[in-house]
Design a protein around this ligand. Structure first.
Ligand SMILES: NC(=O)c1ccc[n+]([C@@H]2O[C@H](COP(=O)([O-])OP(=O)(O)OC[C@H]3O[C@@H](n4cnc5c(N)ncnc54)[C@H](OP(=O)(O)O)[C@@H]3O)[C@@H](O)[C@H]2O)c1
Length: 336
């Protein structure tokens, strides 16, 4: 009898191994060679503050040469000085460019060409420049919808367009888009912002399919609320519903977010997510996104159904916050 059980167990293990091997051989999983950042040229848009500055520091600590892009020259210079403190060899350089990435493609292309003449072809581009606005749909000025789409979407398209041809010629490179958890789930108050971050997903998926044969990896990052100067400023005018809904998840530090983004980009992972909520949202919203490992596929197959049920609990909670706020507001309007 123990012999029969042993045989059964061995057959089970063999079947699981064969299944995993089959998955490995058949599934379109990308296994790129990790990119070494030592001596690499990394361009970070939005590199003078918050997540972008932390990404630049993380890459600099790993030996990269950095081009920092943002508009405000004073803040760029301060960030450049701060990043330079983390050098690991005396050859490393931080080059800064004052540039609005959302306007005038010809100018973006010209300045990125100059940056490549200085520090060599771009090995990794991190599109981090972004802005946010919070408010009820009908209260947001219509020009803000255009402005956000210009900075958050076109501001990622232009730098990418300016470096992708060279990356294809060299048959190597990494392109990172910094979306947001608001690019995975629409939240009260973020109608203008969310749309721009969802747009990045479509861009990232299409581009990844185009550049995969050239050994270029695209990563899309979905950070949660992160304590940055931009986040602190926005929090001061956040509407109550958004504040209460946001309280259901914790606030991350930019260094932590940057470490994960850089690690995932170097490894060539398509999706970069953060913490337990991020992990759950990634599984829930993967759709037909490219996969980076067998583990990712197994997780989706095993957990998708259960996470969908859990998400219903969260949606009900958010709807109840919205209803309560409306009742309170109408009550206080009546008493005024
Ligand atoms: N913080 C969060 O909670 C959070 C969560 C999810 C996703 N994100 C995303 O992460 C990215 C960084 O956010 P953050 O909170 O770190 O922002 P931040 O502290 O406000 O920094 C934004 C950076 O982008 C630059 N920038 C803004 N508009 C630009 C433009 N038109 N051209 C060039 N540079 C521009 C800013 O410099 P100048 O103003 O000098 O140009 C600054 O360097 C954004 O895409 C944001 O949507 C943030």
């Amino acid at each position: 009898m123990p012999g029969a059980l042993l045989l059964l167990a061995a057959t089970g293990v063999a079947l699981v191994v064969a299944f995993l091997l089959l998955l490995y051989l058949v599934l379109p999983v990308n296994h790129p060679k990790p990119l070494s950042l030592s001596g690499a040229h990394v361009v970070v848009t939005g590199g003078s503050s918050g997540i972008g500055k932390s990404v630049a520091i993380e890459c600099f600590k790993q030996g990269a040469f950095i081009t920092l892009i943002a508009r405000n020259e004073k803040r760029l210079l301060e960030a450049k000085r701060e990043i330079e403190k983390f050098s690991v060899n005396d050859k490393q350089v931080v080059h800064s460019i004052s540039l609005d990435v959302s306007k005038d493609y010809a100018n973006v292309e010209k300045l990125l060409k100059q940056a490549q003449e200085k520090l060599g072809p771009v090995d990794m581009l991190v599109n981090c420049a972004g802005i946010s606005v919070n408010g009820k749909f009908e209260d947001i000025d219509t020009y803000r919808f255009e402005q956000l789409m210009a900075v958050n979407y076109l501001g990622s398209v232009y730098p990418t367009r300016a470096v992708v041809t060279k990356m294809k010629e060299r048959r190597m490179g990494r392109i990172v888009f910094v979306s947001s958890q608001a690019g995975q789930v629409g939240v009260f108050g973020y109608s203008a912002y969310s749309a721009t971050k969802y747009a990045l997903r479509g861009l990232a998926e299409s581009l990844q399919m185009e550049v995969k044969p050239y050994n270029i990896c695209v990563t899309i990052a979905y950070p949660p609320d992160t304590e940055t100067p931009g986040f602190v400023e926005e929090s001061q005018s956040k509407i109550l519903e958004t504040k209460l809904i946001s309280e259901s998840s914790s606030i991350c530090q930019p260094d932590y977010v940057a470490r994960i983004i850089v690690k995932n980009a170097v490894q060539g992972k398509f999706t970069s997510s953060f913490g337990v909520d991020g992990h759950m949202l990634r599984i829930l919203t993967n759709g037909m996104a490219p996969v980076s490992s067998i583990a990712e596929i197994l997780e989706s197959v095993i957990f998708l159904g259960i996470f969908r049920l859990v998400s219903l609990y969260f949606i009900a909670g958010f709807d109840s916050i919205v209803r309560r706020c409306l009742v309170e507001r109408e009550k206080s309007e009546k008493t005024d």
